[in-house]
Design a protein around this ligand. Structure first.
Ligand code: FES
Length: 317
């Protein structure tokens, strides 16, 4: 990706059990692009790995970005690098903010955070509180020790706006049916958290008849797609080389086997590192990176996970 922004780690703190908070500042004389609640950035790790993290600081602050990073022991090492190696004074590279999880302005909001999913949600809650928009925050965590931003929440949000739910305290169980029934009319629902949590929250809302237009989600990883997809061909514009992609094989893998390397990072349609221009044919978009409008334009696709709806895609490498 072009346009990386160098930032300095101005502060590092233990936000909660297993969660490190990083405060990133621009280099001297620079500032950071503004962003809206729900936005995320790509963070390039010291070893070159790229990971996406939501911005959880104060929206409008162009001198500081804040991140909350959970140590994911089963992950591929991105969060471990941050937890074990990143220290105050380090210079890291980040992308400009990107927002696929924006608030609908002025509409009441029902916010659901599961674990580290609090990071975009806290920025949304702060914004809603400041703008006087009706909202409720439901924060689910395994234990009290894993709650991040506790002081900030207590300071910025009246207690009746905030509801904690702990796995180890049965009486705090999240009663989705009741919460949904008591929501403001026309409220929009925003959820961020692990896959099981998202399925639970969104499934309950759909079962209660909430329309899709009022459901907004931020994924940590792309949902698993069972359909291996049909075989298709990729034509390389300029050379005319044809690369067959078998059913169940990723386009990126097929290209690599044909000697055409596409840069990869997340390999699950989240980061956009592999984004490739499409000149002809219709992609079968399976990523979580492009917005609905960008997918509909059909002029690019993510070969790490996306496929083709037409027998051939012509791409520009
Ligand atoms: S490698 Fe991240 S979207 Fe393809």
């Amino acid at each position: 990706m072009n346009g990386w922004i160098s930032v300095r780690v101005a502060e590092r703190r233990e936000e909660a059990e297993g969660i490190v908070g990083l405060v990133l500042a621009p280099l001297p004389g620079a500032s950071l692009p503004p962003y809206e609640p729900g936005a995320h950035i790509d963070l390039k790790m010291p070893n070159g790995m790229i990971r996406q993290y939501s911005l959880c600081g104060q929206v409008g602050d162009t001198m500081v970005y804040e991140l909350g990073i959970l140590l994911e022991t089963a992950g591929r090492g991105g969060s471990r690098q941050v937890h074990e190696e990143v220290k105050v004074g380090d210079v890291l590279e980040i992308s400009a903010p990107r927002n696929l999880f924006a608030l609908v302005p002025g509409e009441p909001a029902l916010l659901f955070a599961g674990g580290i999913g609090i990071t975009p949600i806290i920025a949304m809650a702060d914004h809603l509180a400041r703008s006087g928009t009706p909202y409720a925050l439901h924060y689910c965590a395994r234990t009290h020790a894993r709650i991040a931003f506790r002081e900030r929440i207590a300071h910025s949000h009246a207690p009746h706006h905030v509801h904690y739910h702990f796995d180890d305290v049965p009486q705090t169980r999240l009663d989705m049916a009741r919460v949904l029934a008591e929501a403001e009319p026309q409220a929009h629902l925003y959820a961020c958290g692990p896959a099981g949590f998202m399925d639970f929250v969104i499934g309950a809302a759909r079962a209660a008849g909430w329309p899709e237009a009022r459901l907004h989600v931020e994924h940590f990883s792309a949902p698993e797609v069972q359909d291996p997809g049909d075989a298709f061909e990729i034509e390389i514009a300029g050379t005319g080389q044809i690369v067959p992609v078998a059913s169940g094989q990723s386009a990126a893998t097929a290209l690599a086997e044909a000697g055409i390397e596409v840069p990869l990072s997340c390999e699950q349609g989240i980061c956009g590192t592999c984004l490739t221009t499409v000149l002809a044919g219709v992609p079968d978009h399976r990523d979580m990176y492009l917005s609905a409008a960008e997918q509909a334009a059909n002029d690019c696709f993510t070969p790490c996970c996306s496929r083709a709806r037409t027998p051939r895609l012509v791409i520009e490498i």
